[in-house]
Design a protein around this ligand. Structure first.
Ligand SMILES: *[C@@H]1O[C@H](CO)[C@@H](O)[C@H](O)[C@H]1NC(C)=O
Length: 351
């Protein structure tokens, strides 16, 4: 367990984002050409799935620096042999509401792409993939605006980081622009594909019939997962299918699971590092998963007081509802860095 590394990984994302995802469909895109997924620019037959790359470009209304995003996006274009030029969704809470702000961003994107030696054709392909998607985040009922005054466990980046955690934990699966996709790949603005990869990650998911791919899975610290062990345990006790799926997947509980007090207190919770989060959306929209999300959302203090993160919750969701050996993949073939920390890679075998 590397507490410092995990804390560090939480902080940068905190500088970014948050939202509530309840925009009317009509407000989703301001760029008329990009209303629909691009199926393929080079082939006559459409892909048998749809997909998008997702970045949370801003969570709170007001400006936010796009500097890191402008470094990450060109590397995606340059280092992945895209089979299909899927949209790159920039979810934002108002910063790209005007055409001027969008044009300004795209001008800067062309500049940063040239600095990274993309060809003029690659730059135009990239610019056409960008889609600005307004997405608001609101405090749930019962959570006061001055939450910091009431000292939630984590008051850094209040409430943006808390919005982010609840958004990626479950709200994203009902986001109108995302819910009908087959796959999305979420990256943080300080994530990037470091070097050339040998396949398109969406194509990999399709060819290998995978439902979830991650890049690393370190544990999350016990002090930001307070109550998560009993929450998952109680849910599993009330849902025998979940209990047996967890068991089949080899999910490991802390000791004294059925002791009434203090179960899991302060014990780190396993997690997927969700700065890279590659999801087959329908597998997270099953009635069983939606029931779990309703239960999760029923007490907003989980996100807004105890600062539960989407990383340990994604791990719980996958272990509770998916067939882990069959459906998940550690996509170490993709040379990847987060906050300039290169992850361990493995050999890339072309599809
Ligand atoms: C693909 O995976 C799903 C689970 O997501 C499974 O139900 C299905 O049988 C698999 N299909 C094949 C052809 O293996």
């Amino acid at each position: 367990m590397d507490a410092i590394k995990t804390l560090d990984s939480a902080l940068p994302a905190a500088t970014i984002i948050l939202y509530l995802a309840h925009q009317p469909e009509s407000a989703l895109s301001l760029s008329p050409e990009n209303d629909f997924p691009v199926y393929s620019t080079s082939e006559a037959t459409p892909a048998p799935y749809t997909a998008a790359v997702v970045y949370l470009a801003s969570v709170m209304p007001g400006p936010r620096s796009p500097d890191r995003l402008l470094q990450s996006i060109p590397r995606l274009q340059k280092n992945i042999p895209w089979r299909h030029q899927w949209p790159i969704l920039l979810l934002h809470a108002g910063v790209y509401d005007t055409l001027d702000s969008q044009q300004d961003f795209l001008t800067r994107l062309r500049d940063s792409s040239r600095e990274q030696d993309l060809t003029p054709e690659a730059i135009e392909d990239l610019v056409h993939r960008i889609e600005f998607v307004p997405t608001q985040h609101e405090l749930p009922a019962g959570i006061p605006v001055d939450g910091v005054g009431d000292t939630p466990i984590w008051s850094v980046e209040w409430p943006a980081y808390h919005h982010l955690c609840s958004f990626f934990s479950y709200k994203i699966f009902n986001h109108p622009r995302i819910k009908d996709l087959t796959y999305y790949l979420r990256l943080d603005d300080d994530s990037y594909v470091r070097e050339p990869a040998c396949f398109d990650p969406f194509e990999y998911m399709h060819v290998h019939n995978k439902s979830y791919a991650f890049r690393d899975s370190p544990p999350d610290m016990g002090w930001v997962t307070e109550g998560m062990w009993p929450f998952v345990s109680n849910y599993a006790q009330r849902h025998s299918d979940v209990e047996s799926t967890l068991e089949k997947n080899g999910f490991e509980w802390p000791s004294n699971r059925f002791w009434p007090l203090g179960f899991g207190e302060g014990v780190n919770f396993p997690s997927y590092e969700t700065n890279f989060d590659l999801v087959k959306v329908p597998r997270f929209r099953t009635p069983e998963m939606q029931d779990f999300f309703r239960d999760l959302a029923s007490d907003p203090k989980r996100f807004y007081w105890y600062r539960w993160g989407d990383a340990p919750l994604r791990f719980a969701e996958v272990y509770m509802f998916l067939d882990v050996p069959q459906e998940t993949h550690r996509m170490c073939e993709l040379p990847y860095s987060h906050k300039d920390r290169p992850f361990d890679d493995c050999e890339c075998v072309p599809l």
